[in-house]
Design a protein around this ligand. Structure first.
Ligand code: ZN
Ligand code: ZN
Ligand code: ZN
Ligand code: ZN
Ligand code: ZN
Ligand code: ZN
Length: 240
């Protein structure tokens, strides 16, 4: 059992978010970082029946205070929920509303970051671009300052001035944070089955090849059986 400042009841650690009493097909969101919990994530759940509170173990260990490069003059404090009377509590990095934890400036009323944004990678290798992209905290769009509207080079919708973006200086390429992180690469063509040229093989080689193929098939079958067993086990665990 663990007590966490963000929740009134004791929490217990479970290996999977799909604890008892919870629908297994529901998408479960971490109350801290607001990301979907994966079945493999170690997670704290509320020990009280009927109380649906989930927290990544990693989110339960977040520092209560941090400094952030984007806001160098003041320290930030971890809040478990928006302060009272805050009407439109949005993140200064991505612009989206914050409903989970936030890092809030100790001095400024209007500076706060999502947990995920506070720990955003300063540079990413995105499939969206050849070069490494670096995050820009500045509120202007650099060389495109003279333009009224700056668009994301991935989704081609507007980049709102004042929010962070990923940038390649060399190419004057910029994207939403989300667009760089979730960018799908160009479709990868499936690996083609090797076309075994069986012409001109000796009988012995032909036999070896046939054996290898058979063994390959056996291994595949065994693998499939193991997977089927594993699935059956997992499913029976879920329904226990
Ligand atoms: Zn989390
Ligand atoms: Zn609770
Ligand atoms: Zn954010
Ligand atoms: Zn501040
Ligand atoms: Zn975009
Ligand atoms: Zn580039």
């Amino acid at each position: 059992m663990k007590k966490h400042f963000s929740h009134p009841h004791p929490l217990k650690l479970s290996v999977s978010a799909n604890g008892e009493n919870i629908e297994t097909d529901a998408i479960i969101i971490c109350s801290g970082c607001e990301q979907t919990l994966l079945a493999t994530d170690p997670v704290y759940t509320c020990s009280k029946r009927g109380c649906e509170f989930f927290l990544h173990r990693s989110c339960s260990d977040l520092p209560r205070n941090m400094d952030h490069k984007s806001h160098p003059d003041h320290g930030l404090t971890l809040l478990s929920e928006p302060p009272e009377h805050s009407l439109y509590y949005n993140c200064n990095a991505c612009g989206d509303l914050i409903s989970g934890f936030s890092f809030h400036c100790n001095k400024c009323e209007d500076f706060r970051l999502h947990v995920k944004c506070a720990f955003l990678a300063e540079s990413v290798d995105s499939k969206a671009h050849l070069h490494t992209l670096s995050v820009e905290y500045s509120s202007t769009h650099g060389s495109r300052e003279d333009q009224d509207i700056v668009v994301c080079d991935v989704c081609e919708s507007c980049l709102t001035e004042g929010y962070w973006f990923y940038f390649c200086k060399e190419c004057d390429f910029r994207t939403h944070l989300e667009c760089a992180i979730s960018a799908e690469g160009p479709p990868v063509s499936p690996v083609e089955e090797e076309d075994h040229d069986e012409e001109g093989l000796s009988d012995q080689e032909r036999l070896m090849l046939a054996t290898m193929k058979a063994e390959g098939q056996m291994a595949r079958l065994q693998f499939q059986m193991q997977m089927a067993q594993l699935n059956a086990q997992t499913i029976s665990n879920l329904w226990r």
